[in-house]
Design a protein around this ligand. Structure first.
Ligand SMILES: [Zn+2]
Length: 402
């Protein structure tokens, strides 16, 4: 159903991108010596021509040439303004086509699947939404927009909340500019915790710095060799990669780009390091790689059509009472592996997924069942494990948290 909207949107974008580009170059060139080199801004150019011409004729009787230039200029201005108006009209109609396509293709009645009971209060709802938007903006590096929202919504955001995002953005921006300094500094100061996460971020950063020196040619050879000492702590884990880098030194005279090691110079390493840094830094700072808002939005897009269908079916069969629990949907909706965050446990006795109210309990023999199952199996104050079958005190079971 979205394809009509997509088509309308794409055509609108194409039109917007080509706006002004289709103006014939001679519009500008014909004015010869008066011409302004900047073709990318026709309106500024026209203004420039007009001002020049105006100051040229002030207090001077019009010569034949000037009068010709003037009349050509006026004609061009008129033509261009007309073209501008007609292009604008085209863009406007393509934008309104997108709006109409959305109206035609999307069900506006999505309120039916929204339950206000999920929220404790209207204020709470608004505050949660604002915080989610704010976090998303910080995560996307749109810091000034986030600050603006903070002020307008009078949200009180302390520095502790902002700090990790600011730091992350500062380092990522430097990486995009191919500046490894801030990232290396960060990685070195968090070395121990990164190692605990099995992260190879620091090694990858040093490798990139080394490759950068290699790209400098034979005169950087000594510097590269001395930099190689940074690999020493990683020798046992990244032996193979270090061997490759050392091997590449042989070809430094010949030029690395003509050697079997040319892949080291590949630009994709920069994209990879940004990805590795974002993933490892987020995990270390306790942030999600994608903002909760974008994850919820993407999940909502998948779940909404299914929910709309189930709602319609429930209304048809007049069984709307089925959907009453505030934390639970009436059916399970598959969102794909990307949205799997926690392990789940289904009780082998009751064949139900465990929850906060019915958590998994580990018995002293090591077998795990749900609390409801455990309660059902108690006989005379004693519990017999349904699997091994060791007899035990039900109070000895321990709750497991995944
Ligand atoms: Zn057992």
């Amino acid at each position: 159903m979205g394809s009509t909207v997509n088509r309308a949107w794409r055509s609108c974008c194409t039109m917007w991108a080509s706006y002004g580009l289709s103006w014939p170059a001679q519009d500008i060139d014909i004015l010869g010596t008066l011409s302004h080199p900047s073709r990318s801004r026709p309106s500024r150019h026209l203004l420039f021509v007009f001002v020049r011409t105006h100051s040229a004729i002030q207090g001077t009787p019009l010569s034949a040439t000037l009068s010709l230039v003037m009349s050509q200029c006026c004609r061009k201005i008129k033509d261009t303004v007309q073209k501008l108006a007609s292009d604008h009209k085209d863009i406007h109609s393509s934008v309104s086509r997108v709006g109409k396509a959305i109206d035609r293709n999307f069900d506006s009645e999505i309120c039916g699947v929204v339950s206000d009971a999920v929220w404790d209060s209207r204020e709470k709802q608004q505050q949660t939404l604002q915080m989610a938007i704010l976090e998303h903006l910080y995560q996307q590096g749109m810091l000034s927009v986030a600050e603006e929202l903070c002020q307008e919504s009078t949200l009180n955001v302390d520095l502790d909340f902002k700090q990790p995002f600011l730091e992350l953005n500062r380092i990522l921006e430097a990486l995009h500019e191919q500046d490894l300094g801030p990232a290396l500094e960060w990685a070195v100061s968090h070395r121990q915790r990164l190692l605990e996460l099995n992260s190879s971020l620091e090694f990858k950063l040093h490798r990139l710095q080394f490759i950068r020196l290699l790209a400098g040619g034979p005169e950087k050879q000594l510097e590269a060799l001395s930099y190689a000492r940074h690999f020493q702590p990683f020798a046992h884990v990244h032996q193979r990669e270090i061997q490759v880098m050392m091997g590449s030194l042989v070809y430094l005279q010949l030029g690395l780009e003509k050697s079997p090691y040319c892949h080291l110079l590949d630009n994709s390493h920069w994209a990879e390091i940004c990805e590795t840094f974002t993933r490892d830094a987020c995990s270390l700072l306790g942030l999600s790689v994608e903002s909760p808002l974008s994850v919820s939005f993407a999940s909502g897009c998948v779940a909404l059509p299914v929910l709309m269908n189930i709602k319609a079916v429930m209304e048809q069969r007049q069984c709307s009472g089925v959907w009453s629990h505030k934390d639970e949907l009436p059916i399970e909706i598959e969102l794909g592996m990307k949205c799997w965050y926690h392990s789940v446990f289904a009780c082998p006795i009751l064949r139900q997924q465990t929850s906060d109210s019915n958590p998994p309990i580990k018995l002293i023999c090591g077998h795990v069942i749900s609390r409801d199952a455990l309660n059902k199996l108690i006989n005379g104050g004693k519990l017999k494990c349904p699997y091994c079958p060791m007899e035990q005190n039900p109070a000895d079971g321990k709750r497991i948290i995944f």
